[in-house]
Design a binder for this molecule. Structure first.
Ligand code: ZN
Length: 312
């Protein structure tokens, strides 16, 4: 029997550092490819959608064909026009009609949403949040992404946008974030902050070489390192405390490359979330089970779901 026309859904997760492409059959990953976002920035603007489509076709198995595309993009997305508006951390895919270009080239339905939403949808449908009626997802990556799913629907602002809840004031620091405020949570608790803070303590190790086991071992010998992780937990907890108070989720999924280090910063986080008596939060915090695939998998599901920010 021939299954030459196996229908596959494509998803693209666009982050400040990496761009991940995925093809799924049902909920099953068939092919995936991660490229540095800088590779696309190096191309002329008109070539960026062409390159994305070429990569999708390159990873598509001979027995499959792409029937839809969903995109998760970091930062603000203009829902009306299908244009990414993140000149700060995703400049190379911003301020041009990327969706329209991709729809024309692929001739399939194309949808877009914020990458925090697509990662949350991935975890809800196929990962750590499966079955949850109210799920908060916090991604600790280049920045901090936040998405809240209530009965599977992403929480929106009154005019349909994604609330950028990674950008909330958490401290009295005077440094100004690109979002316009001082003491911003993203500036004080993203993976980027942790990475920078670790450098002087572990000058010989690259971020990619840092495993939980290695860091636990080093923290036992190095009190400064243990103290840094305690502080990082406090910093993450500063913003999370506000979100847990406002949203009251059933489950909170932490994702992004810093989330895997939760055993190291768990005690600082718990300390920051402590509240008295009837104000106690009782959080159920878990780490992502899909890892880097959550955003692209959730993006691939976007066109099948009733309520993405944008169908094109
Ligand atoms: Zn900010």
């Amino acid at each position: 029997m021939s299954d030459k026309h196996r229908p596959l859904r494509a998803g693209i997760d666009m982050g400040g550092t990496g761009t991940r492409l995925i093809l799924i059959d049902g909920l099953q990953e068939v092919a995936a490819l991660t490229l540095p976002t800088a590779d696309f920035a190096a191309l002329p603007q008109q070539q960026r959608s062409v390159a994305l489509v070429a990569y999708l076709r390159q990873i598509c198995p001979v027995d499959g064909h792409i029937i839809s595309l969903g995109i998760g993009a970091s930062g603000p997305v203009n829902n009306k026009h299908g244009v990414i508006e993140n000149g700060d951390t995703l400049a190379c895919f911003s301020h041009f009609p990327l969706l329209e270009e991709m729809r024309q080239q692929l001739q399939v339905p194309v949808s877009i949403d914020n990458d925090a939403v697509t990662a949350a949808l991935g975890e809800l449908h196929a990962g750590a949040g499966t079955g949850s009626s109210r799920m908060l997802m916090v991604t600790l990556g280049t920045g901090i992404g936040v998405a809240m799913l209530d009965k599977g629907k992403p929480l929106r602002t009154h005019d349909g946008r994604h609330p950028e809840a990674g950008h909330i004031p958490v401290s009295g620091d005077s440094d100004r974030c690109y979002c316009g405020i001082t003491g911003c949570w993203e500036m004080s608790a993203s993976r980027s902050w942790l990475q920078q803070a670790l450098k002087p303590l572990l000058p010989d190790l690259e971020w990619q070489q840092l495993s939980v086991e290695l860091l636990l071992e080093k923290s036992e010998q190095n009190s400064q390192l243990a103290e840094l992780f305690r502080q990082y937990g406090e910093r993450v907890g500063r913003g999370l405390s506000t979100l847990l108070t406002l949203y009251g989720p059933e489950i909170t999924v932490l994702s992004g490359s810093a989330a895997g280090l939760l055993p190291l910063f768990h005690s600082g986080l718990q300390h920051a979330l402590q509240r008295a008596g009837g104000y106690a939060l009782h959080p159920n915090i878990v780490t992502s089970s899909l890892g880097d695939s959550a955003g692209s998998l959730g993006a691939a599901l976007l066109p099948t779901l009733g309520e993405p920010a944008m169908h094109y």
